[in-house]
Ligand binder design. Structure first.
Ligand code: NCD
Length: 314
């Protein structure tokens, strides 16, 4: 089993043992991600960051991960200043980046773009978010945060709250949680439910999804409350966004009925779904989650770009 040279487009590209190995490697990377220890396995590597949508944490934590591993980055952070502005196709842009770098991290507004890029590139492509599609590396760090808090993923009762229709982080996460035997509870405004195609992918894993529209009831038995932002930018019609804007908010009142060990996660940025007063409670795990992006992405880049050591013959 090796991830060397592979693409990571969907969380379904990774098996459960591969995810477990990445989480284990990420745990070992923590002191390196903190700068307390040093290792440079990517000393001769260049990683291209091709970001065609806004990003703070994803791009900067990938860049930090590359630097911590001794590699270099080349970055498109603003498509307005690249040739995309002149009408260059995504596959041409990717083909160019392939010849300038050893791996490509892509964020793009169209669902399916990362799969297309993977076909255009001989180098590993990592999907850092394709429209309302998938966000597999966010899932790895979400899992890492849960595992750090509870020591296991199996049996955890995880509530996915918010925009489950357009939120790509939950599309990837729901699959991984099902793979690890977690219990899934979904809570969203009726117009933002988990899409059928995502549910269809979960079905073969034998997971039962519980629906709970009432926030208070969803929170009561939860181990993890995974809060998401309403993905305003993906609504075809602003009037539909306005109907659901501000429809849920986690504050001290909502958490009063929660288990003492409940952790609140959020991929961030938050836009009012979690009141700032929650930050000071022991439930708040979203800043730890944001930090774990670095060791998790270090583990992934190391696995994709470092050739496995061959067992010596004889
Ligand atoms: C998420 C994304 O871009 O999908 N953010 C992230 O990667 N940390 C979630 C969001 O934008 O709401």
């Amino acid at each position: 089993m090796s991830l060397y040279g592979r693409d990571v487009i969907s969380i379904r590209d990774l098996s459960r043992p591969e995810i477990e190995a990445l989480l284990e490697s990420a745990r070992r990377m923590i002191p390196y991600a903190e700068g307390k220890k040093v290792m440079h396995p990517l000393a001769d590597k260049i990683v291209a960051m091709a970001f065609f949508e806004p990003s703070t944490r994803t791009r900067l934590s990938f860049e930090s991960a590359v630097h911590r591993l001794g590699g270099q980055c080349i970055t498109i952070a603003d498509p307005a200043v690249s040739s995309v502005r002149k009408g260059e196709s995504l596959s041409d842009t990717i083909r160019m980046l392939t010849s300038y770098s050893d791996a490509i991290v892509l964020r793009h507004p169209s669902e399916g773009s990362a799969r297309l890029a993977g076909r255009a590139s001989e180098r590993p492509v990592i999907n850092a978010g394709d429209g309302a599609g998938q966000h597999p590396t966010q899932t790895l760090l979400d899992l890492a945060t849960m595992q750090e808090a509870f020591g296991t993923l199996s049996g955890l009762r995880v509530v996915l709250l918010g925009d489950l229709k357009y939120g790509r982080t939950v599309h990837s996460l729901a699959y991984a949680l099902a793979l690890f035997g977690a219990q899934l509870v979904v809570s969203s405004p009726p117009s933002l439910q988990l899409p059928e195609e995502v549910r269809d992918q979960l079905e073969p894993l034998g997971v039962k999804i519980q629906e709970e529209e009432q926030l208070h009831r969803a929170v009561r038995d939860a181990d993890v409350l995974y809060v998401t932002r309403i993905q305003k930018e993906r609504f075809p019609d602003e009037a539909d966004y306005l109907k659901v804007a501000g429809s849920y908010r986690i504050d001290a009142g909502v958490l009063a009925a929660a288990k003492s060990r409940l952790i609140v996660l959020h991929p961030l940025p938050r836009a009012g779904e979690i009141a700032p007063e929650v930050d000071a409670t022991p439930h708040a795990a979203y800043f730890r989650q944001a930090f774990l992006a670095v060791p998790v992405r270090m583990a992934l880049l190391d696995a994709l770009l470092t050739a496995p050591k061959r067992a010596r013959a004889g």
